[in-house]
Design a protein. Structure first.
Length: 551
């Protein structure tokens, strides 16, 4: 077996079914080994998109997604995807080519030190220098990528090592690993804190969205009956339980959900990862925070928990619930605030205005998506509206990135979600800025014969930055652009395309797109004047009222 065959058999051994990427001549032995394997090679039209897809595979399944590129330029195109997986804690394995290392027949042509480039962007980055090390290096790569805190790893396979005959070696079989539970003393201490709390509140953070956690976490919430809110990336971590949902902290302060946060005396922060924009600011005189996580809390200016429960979160929560169930008379002390908070959030969601408001678009998307439908967001102003206003009922049904918060990941992540879930409705929601950063992947979606709808929100601007510019008091400058005719653009790729021309048009167009099947782009104008009215004026007024209350 040569190095390429060894790596492909090691990937098969890990259960890899598809690899995303764009090969170069340095990968041709790997491509040949893939041709003879059970693994499917999914070509993308940009390496960045391949990394977003592989990372999303890891995010949704807990098993690393794999991407493959050539050396130099191709490998460099993975860097944003690596950072996306690193900050987002998504398991991923990146394999890149390199010129031969035993001789230098092309001198420095296309050679970039990719291992050094990837080192700060990954949990582990190595060059493979001999075929005999491949089975162990691949096993180690998958182990490191998958174990808490999950993330990306990088293996560089030089072309001569890929070509070189190695020993016939068996791959190393993976085995299940159980992480340690939180110790009994820590469970007792945590239970004591919660039993003594007057106004407890649960917060679900990014780590709460790990696929294996959906069941035990939902069970915990049901058993202890403490109301919960979530961070943007903790959204949808709990199945059912919505009678206890208090809202999503899409902003760091002053939003309606902060009414509950500001009044809580104990916040049980499950899976909070400080890569997220802070869901609230800790400060003197604030609530006590109990951090529950796979790993200890990262201490930050805005997050310094006074107590911790560290260990395998699912089973540790079961043990914690055993200590709390039916013993918390004050569990729902804050639940009375729920109705009012959610009513404010739902305000004007059905308004018939054209162009539609963000609230109306979120409302209409929710109408069209079944409970298990998956919405994948790109990054733009609408992310705040979806995080605040979209209600989830099933775990991992709103995928957004509040960690690297990169533009361009919406469509690739939706492609991955659609590949993994052919029987569920999958919708990508993108701004006209972010969509154009990876719109070429429409061709990939069409080639893969996916059922996928893409909603493009058109304001001819980098709307979020334009909004920030205005709220910071700067003149409107440098944020607008022209757009293609999006429906025609989609049709040029062999997809379907339609536009929206009335207040009721978004729901109708989305429903028709899903009913018709295939890849379908719907574009709609959006009225962003609500950004100022709600997220600035209304909340500022609320902040002023709160200050008056406190005096
Ligand atoms: C790759 C990348 N570049 C720049 C930014 C900074 N940024 C955040 S949102 C945004 C504007 C997004 O515009 P668009 O996709 O049209 O969405 P809109 O806010 O207009 O709805 C920009 C430039 C970013 N997050 N990622
Ligand atoms: Mg825009």
């Amino acid at each position: 077996m040569n190095g390429a065959e060894l790596i492909v058999s090691a990937l098969e051994n890990e259960g890899v079914q598809q690899i995303f990427g764009i090969p170069g001549e340095e990968n041709l032995d790997v491509v040949e080994a893939l041709r003879r394997s059970k693994i499917k090679l999914v070509l993308t039209r940009h390496e960045q998109a391949a990394a977003f897809m592989a990372a999303t595979h890891g995010r949704l399944t807990g098993k690393p997604g794999v991407c493959l590129t050539t050396l130099g330029p191709g490998a460099l195109n993975l860097t944003t995807g690596a950072a996306y997986a690193l900050l987002g804690a998504m398991p991923m394995v990146m394999i890149t080519g390199q010129k031969g290392i035993l001789s230098r027949k092309q001198a420095g042509f296309q050679v970039v030190d990719i291992v050094s480039t990837m080192t700060p962007l990954t949990k582990m980055a190595h060059q493979i220098v001999s075929p005999a090390t491949i089975p162990t290096m691949v096993r180690e790569a998958f182990r490191v990528a998958q174990q808490e805190r999950p993330g990306p790893v990088h293996l560089e396979l030089p072309e001569d090592i890929a070509h070189e005959a190695g020993p016939d070696m068996r791959p190393i079989p993976p085995h299940p690993i159980d992480s340690p539970l939180a110790p009994r003393a820590a469970l007792d201490r945590a239970a004591e804190l919660i039993l003594n709390a007057e106004r407890p509140l649960v917060m679900l953070g990014a780590g709460a969205s790990r696929p294996r956690l959906a069941e035990p976490l939902s069970e915990f919430v049901k058993r202890v009956q403490i109301p919960f809110f979530n961070t943007q990336m903790g959204k949808g971590a709990v199945t059912g339980g919505s009678g206890l949902y208090m809202g999503t902290a899409a902003l760091s302060e002053r939003d309606y959900v902060h009414r509950a946060i500001d009044r809580a005396d104990l916040i049980i922060a499950i899976g909070h990862d400080t890569v997220e924009k802070p869901p609230f600011f800790m400060g003197p005189g604030g609530p006590t925070v109990l951090h529950v996580g796979y790993l200890p809390a990262t201490v930050e200016e805005v997050y310094f928990p006074q107590a911790e429960l560290v260990g395998d979160v699912g089973p540790s929560l079961t043990l914690l619930a055993d200590r709390l169930e039916h013993r918390l008379p004050r569990a729902q002390a804050l639940l009375g605030l729920r109705k009012d908070i959610l009513a404010h959030i739902a305000d004007r969601a059905e308004e018939s205005r054209y162009p539609p408001t963000p609230q109306r678009i979120v409302h209409d998307v929710r109408q069209v998506m079944p409970q298990d439908g998956i919405v994948c967001l790109d990054n733009g102003m609408y992310k705040i509206w979806f995080a605040r206003n979209y209600r989830t009922h099933v775990a991992n049904t709103l995928l957004l990135d509040n960690a690297l918060a990169t533009m361009g990941a919406g469509l690739p992540s939706a492609i991955m979600a659609a590949l993994l879930n052919p029987d569920r409705r999958v919708l990508a929601v993108c701004g006209d800025g972010g969509f154009m950063m990876n719109s070429q992947e429409l061709e990939t979606a069409v080639r893969l014969k996916l059922n996928l709808v893409v909603l493009v929100l058109v304001d001819h601007a980098y709307g979020m930055i334009r909004w920030k510019q205005a709220t910071d008091g700067y003149p409107d400058f440098g944020m607008t652009f022209g757009d293609p005719d999006f429906a025609a653009y989609a049709r040029a790729y062999g997809a379907k395309g339609s536009g929206v021309e009335s207040a009721d048009g978004v729901a109708q167009a989305l429903e028709a797109a899903f009913a018709g099947g295939g890849v379908h782009l719907v574009s709609t104008p959006i009225d962003y004047s609500e950004n100022e009215r709600v997220l600035v004026d209304e909340l500022r007024a609320r902040g002023a009222t709160m200050a008056a209350d406190a005096e």
